[in-house]
Design a protein around this ligand. Sequence first.
Ligand code: URA
Length: 234
Amino acid sequence: MRLDKYICDCTGLTRSQAGKLIRQRAIVVNGAIAKQAAMKLSAGDEVQLDGEVISPIGLRYLVMNKPEGYVCGLDDPHHAAVFTLLDEPAVEKIHSVGRLDVDTTGLLLLTDDGKWSHRISSPRHHIAKTYRVWTADAISEDAAARFAEGVVLRDEPTATKPAQLELVGSHEALLTIHEGRYHQVKRMFAALGNRVERLHRERIGQLQLPTDLELGEYRPLTDAELAAVFIGND
Ligand code: URA
């Protein structure tokens, strides 16, 4: 691989920025200052940038405990995006796996692997997502049965897929859904005449929100956590 391409893969910089670093004598290959952007690298060559060995970024699989007040898109002029909480090279390549509302907290996956995020978000794979819900009014006795049957959301022709509701208290429950419609949980409770006051995602597949993450913190998923997302879905 060409040296400038390798620098791009390691840093997320453009080819011309990589070329500039080479001209500035900031790149060292196997102990010697590199002079040519087109230099061919072989397996095992060591490249340093400003004295630090660099290696390709590769695909990233991150888990965040999303705080309130942040959005998962880039199109909201009034709220900061969750990506501003990331300290990652080439952060613009990272997207969230589905979206949580600005006031929803909890388990959010982030990646630059589009195939992986599609596998998790696509309704075809019906990966379970579990939310802890706090409601304005007491949750009605028939709520679990109605969610298990499917409810028709406002302005939508088809009922929701069967969902599981586990009551925790009169105004608190765990709801597991297998699709990801717009504001789905809030609209499901609205269909029962109730209102969601607070929403926190706790689980995707068999992956629980890690207990070591404070709100706003993130880290790479471990191999076991990566596998847990798909347990029961292959
Ligand atoms: N359902 C909602 O209503 N909001 C979310 O953020 C996620 C699921």
